[in-house]
Design a protein around this ligand. Structure first.
Ligand code: NAD
Ligand code: UFG
Length: 337
């Protein structure tokens, strides 16, 4: 019995595959490599000592996905594959809707046709929009402000409707907060294309001398120091949540939603200080205007994940910063060409 991991060579997918292999589970990866590189498979082997079966295929190609199910005994799916850049989704909404929604429809049809009814889906805290209060609980109202977020919410609804139509399905929707860090080996990590949009990847490049300074987007938010507050979570902790969700899917049917965060909110300036403290490096910054669409504060109440899945984040902000810095030091150009 294998687990199909879509998007398994990506940032979160690769870390999850490592945890799955180390736990002795059988894995098949499908990825079209539109935002990841083949050499990730060698890195996964270096960490785990195991080869993993890989298909270079696009979720938009139904025949190719169906073939993967026919050729393997797939019992469950962890579905990471998707496009994830908020700004790009505003520029190219059709690309995002087609890739993320059609890709998921093809995947779930191939699953249904081949009798596989267990799926863990990568959703995002973005589905809470601008929350009325923090910490955020799973039953807070849902809304979105951009096409990327809209695809996450639509996919959540599609999966819920599938469960309504066939109660044998087991759907676990994991709403991630802000994943950062890297595997402590420094062999796998986040490798954003071009100039990073997200805070930690940008800080890492400033501290390593690639960029002169960080632009802090606004210091007039309603937070303890005026800069935006988020719930940063170590990617290995996040990866482990998927193993717990799979275990649960093996014994229950229906749809469940879980916040996957630490429950701690850190401001942009808190993160700058934490990175400096963890690494001994300097992060120059300048306060600039707010980034359109950003919210004051977003952090999880992760109690449900603990009570139902038995999952809790283990790593603190210091470890997240150290592992991000270690990945950068060992791979100044990411995975390279
Ligand atoms: P990533 O881009 O590193 O990984 C996604 C992988 O999916 C890539 O390897 C890409 O090549 C692949 N892919 C994309 N479209 C595909 C398609 N049509 N067919 C086959 N493969 C395809 O992103 P990540 O950070 O690892 O995120 C994984 C998932 O988690 C995504 O669904 C993302 O939206 C979600 N998520 C990420 C974050 C975050 O901050 N990183 C936060 C919340 C949710
Ligand atoms: N920030 C800066 N300067 C930068 C980058 C970010 O000040 O160069 C600030 C932002 O204004 C925000 C915080 O750092 O206050 C975090 O920003 P990120 O871009 O790292 O993360 P977001 O919370 O904005 O977005 C992330 C994911 C989205 C997802 C969202 C909600 O990137 O895909 O969380 O889950 F939709």
């Amino acid at each position: 019995m294998a687990i199909l991991v879509t998007g398994g060579t990506g940032f979160i997918g690769s870390h999850t595959v490592v945890q799955l292999l180390n736990d002795g589970r059988e894995v098949v990866i499908v990825d079209n490599l539109c935002n990841s590189k083949l050499c990730v498979l060698d890195r996964i082997k270096s960490i785990t000592g195991k080869d993993v079966k890989f298909y270079k295929a696009d979720l938009l190609d139904f025949e190719a996905i169906d073939k993967i199910f026919k050729e393997n005994d797939i019992d469950s799916v962890i579905h990471f594959a998707g496009l994830k850049a908020v700004g790009e989704s505003v520029q190219k909404p059709m690309l995002y809707y087609h890739n993320n929604i059609t890709g998921t429809l093809n995947l779930t049809k191939a699953m249904a046709d081949n009798g596989c009814k267990k799926i863990v889906f990568s959703s995002s805290a973005t589905v809470y929009g601008n929350p009325k209060s923090v910490p955020i609980k799973e039953d807070f109202p849902l809304s979105t402000t951009n096409p990327y977020g809209e695809t996450k919410l639509m996919i959540e609804r599609i999966l819920s409707d599938i469960v309504k139509s066939d109660p044998e399905w087991s759907v676990s929707i994991l709403r991630y907060f802000n994943p950062i860090g890297a595997h402590e080996s420094g062999l796998i990590g986040e490798d954003p294309k071009g100039i990073p949009n997200n805070l930690l990847p940008y800080i890492v490049k400033v501290a390593s001398g690639k960029y002169d300074h960080l632009s802090v987007f606004g210091n007039d938010y309603n937070t303890h120091d005026g800069t935006g507050v988020r719930d940063y979570i170590h990617v290995v902790d996040l990866a482990n949540a998927h193993l717990k969700a799979l275990d649960r899917a093996a014994i229950v049917t229906g749809v469940e939603h879980f916040n996957i965060g630490t429950g701690n909110g850190y401001s942009v300036l808190d993160i700058v200080k934490a990175y400096e403290k963890a690494t001994g490096l300097t992060v120059k910054y300048e306060i600039v205007a707010r980034r359109p669409g950003d919210i004051d504060a977003c952090y999880a109440d992760p109690t449900k994940a603990y009570e139902v899945l038995g999952w809790k984040a283990q790593y603190d902000i210091n470890k997240m910063c150290q592992d991000s810095a270690n990945w950068q030091k060992k791979n100044p150009d990411g995975y390279g060409e």
